[in-house]
Write a protein that binds this ligand. Sequence first.
Ligand code: ADP
Ligand code: MG
Length: 478
Amino acid sequence: MYVNPAAVRLLGAHDASELLGKPVLDIVHPDFRESVRRRVTTGIIENKNLPLMEEKLLRLDGVTIDVEVAALPIEYDGIPAMQDVVRDITEQKKLQQELLQSQKMQSIGTLAGGIAHDFNNILGIILGYTSLIKKNKLNVQKLSESIAAINLAVQRGAALVRQIMTFARKTDASFEPLNLEDLIQELFSMLQQTFPKIITFKKIFPKDIPFILADRTQIHQSLLNLCVNARDAMPHGGSIIIKVEKQTGEQLKVQFPTADQDSYICISVTDSGEGMNETTRGRVFEPFFTTKAKGKGTGLGLSVVYGVVQSHHGFINVESELGYGTTFRLYFPIPNINEKPVDSRQVKSFEIGGTETILLVEDEELLIEMVSFLLESKGYKVFVAQDGAEAIEVYKKHIQEIALVLTDMGLPTMTGMEEFKKLKEIDPNVKVILASGYFEPDMKADLLKAGAKGFLQKPYMSDVILQTLREVLDKKSI
Ligand code: ADP
Ligand code: MG
């Protein structure tokens, strides 16, 4: 019905007549049409001012612009109408993106420094022990100790990778009803074995605590990070107390105005350590902020915790004073549904070996050797291919025999993905398990849709390989 001259310019029209009389949704970017339509309808029906919304508009010349829109219901010529005030924020958005990008670059620089150091230590340990073993001067006892040490180092490396991936939000969260008491118990038993004995643990867990919907691994990682920090803050010993309690959204709103759920679970981790001064306290959640010596801290721990809490729609705060210890509080919304938590102690038992024939596609000599040795020792017959082209050749030749293809995603020349597609063309029923160091959150879903039967997270772990193989082999193909 009406546009002012600024709107005419903003929308790339020559004059108002090009815009008047046209449906307003024509100039809204398709991604936003539905939400704008709903917003305007509610606004008119409820006769309410509409809060600011960021959306994208399509100019008449087809260019997309970012805008911020406020709207209020008015009367125009005696008819109920909406008046929109539109602000162009395209430039601002662009600057934000650039800032984010440059922060990312900065982070990567720091990351390289901190993490590389940790990785080098890990590799050093592995190298040290392997050269010991190579020299062949070890008795059986020493040999098994060395292997255990290598194993531990590898797990540390894998944990570090997980940490980085969680930080970069590259791992996909899987939300499930979570029994916090089990989880904390498990964490404590692990820590009691690894932390110095001068640190004591206490758990305060009332009876009526409901479960939360959460990603078990991520919550575990977060509490672990908090406990590790607590340990570092107590070089002369002390106590770590984890307390769980219920809180209403009303109580929480005072501190976090966006707390709009009815009730929350609060997990607090308290230590009796050295505490922090105000400057440190203000920066603890910053990625790569650390007060620890090189090689001791990466500054990632708390930013991971922060990210995890956010992805769970929760909140976090910290209370600390120099010399008086520290308390971190994590708040998670309590879901309204009544699902039963899965009992974490219920482990499925698997028959782990088999006699089927497996095609292993992997380019790393050592891994080929390790995995085929593992599979053969469990009764499988193994064909090996070192790249996608070879895999397809072998598969064609032994199509009747091969029950399953286990392939790496990162292969030379032809990616595992392309190879997978080709295999599907040859045999639509082919069973393929894809292995990779990490999967983008959406990637797994896409691959499943494309017919992948399973995934393996690298580094390969024997139990997991065997279990996944059996699971996929035993699934009836439809
Ligand atoms: P890192 O532990 O690698 O330094 P974090 O993100 O886990 O990285 O922690 C950042 C900083 O916050 C630490 O270096 C330390 O100064 C401070 N901090 C974290 N937790 C505690 C705590 N429980 N007591 C004292 N200081 C802490
Ligand atoms: Mg830390």
